[in-house]
Ligand binder design. Structure first.
Ligand SMILES: [Zn+2]
Length: 252
């Protein structure tokens, strides 16, 4: 049984027995892995604690075949993000990102880049950075890495400029110009300002919070676009979405 030394963020963990846990972890080199952590709930001499949601840990995995339940031979918590745990809004944001990773990744090295995005988000939230901005940026980049990002620079139907009464629907692949939106009755109205930001959010050299001030309306528009995009690709909404969105009215 090969041993793999890596690092991971706990996406989900459940008690398996009085002393053990089963966990899903997102790693940079294996994607999402599922492990059995024998004895992780037992008090340990080094004072380390059981696996816990969103913790970032060093791992030694005794790897079984791909897609099987691996054995977690050793782990050590590196970061436990106290700044997130102290604030309900930040916990909700972390759980949302967690669920997105759980739903969209599998045991596949190609899903590894999501690990870096999730870690960057958790560190930003832990430092107390703007939650909404961080969450929108994470969602944009995550969907982009997964190949499920929306088209927002041009009309997704005709490829032309986004002119007239712009709308958005994942069924078309993203933004629609005024002329094309007539063909998509389910598309919702979205401002060109929101689309301009949405189109650049995923880029590394894209806008930063210091250079762009999002209005409350633009935040809602972009959130709705991501929400519909995720629901379209996943076939259902993320369960944690209502934790993030409940304080906001649906834009019209
Ligand atoms: Zn068009």
């Amino acid at each position: 049984m090969p041993y793999v030394r890596t690092t991971g963020i706990v996406l989900r963990c459940t008690d398996f027995s009085e002393t053990s846990q089963v966990a899903a972890l997102l790693t940079p080199d294996m994607g999402q892995v599922h492990v059995l952590a024998k004895g992780s709930r037992r008090p340990r001499k080094d004072g380390s604690v059981p696996l816990d949601l969103i913790n970032h840990c060093d791992l030694v995995i005794a790897a079984k075949g791909a897609g099987q339940l691996h054995i977690l031979a050793e782990y050590q918590t590196k970061e436990n993000f106290p700044g997130i745990h102290a604030n309900l809004q930040r916990i909700a944001a972390a759980l949302y990102a967690d669920e997105l990773c759980l739903a969209f990744t599998s045991e596949n090295a190609e899903d590894g880049p999501l690990f870096g995005l999730l870690l960057e988000l958790l560190r930003g939230l832990n430092r107390g950075e703007d939650r909404d901005w961080r969450l929108l940026q994470f969602t944009a980049r995550a969907l982009d890495v997964l190949g499920s990002g929306p088209m927002a620079e041009h009309c997704a139907h005709c490829g032309g400029l986004l002119q007239g009464e712009t709308r958005f629907t994942p069924a078309a692949g993203g933004a629609l110009c005024g002329d094309c939106s007539a063909g998509y009755p389910a598309a919702f109205p979205i401002s060109r300002g929101a689309l301009a930001i949405l189109g650049r959010l995923a880029a590394r050299e894209g806008p930063t919070q210091a250079t762009v001030r999002l209005s409350e309306r633009q935040i809602q528009e972009i959130r709705r676009a991501f929400s519909e995009q995720i629901q379209y690709h996943l076939g259902r909404p993320l369960r944690t979405e209502r934790l993030i969105w409940k304080e906001l009215a649906t834009p019209h």
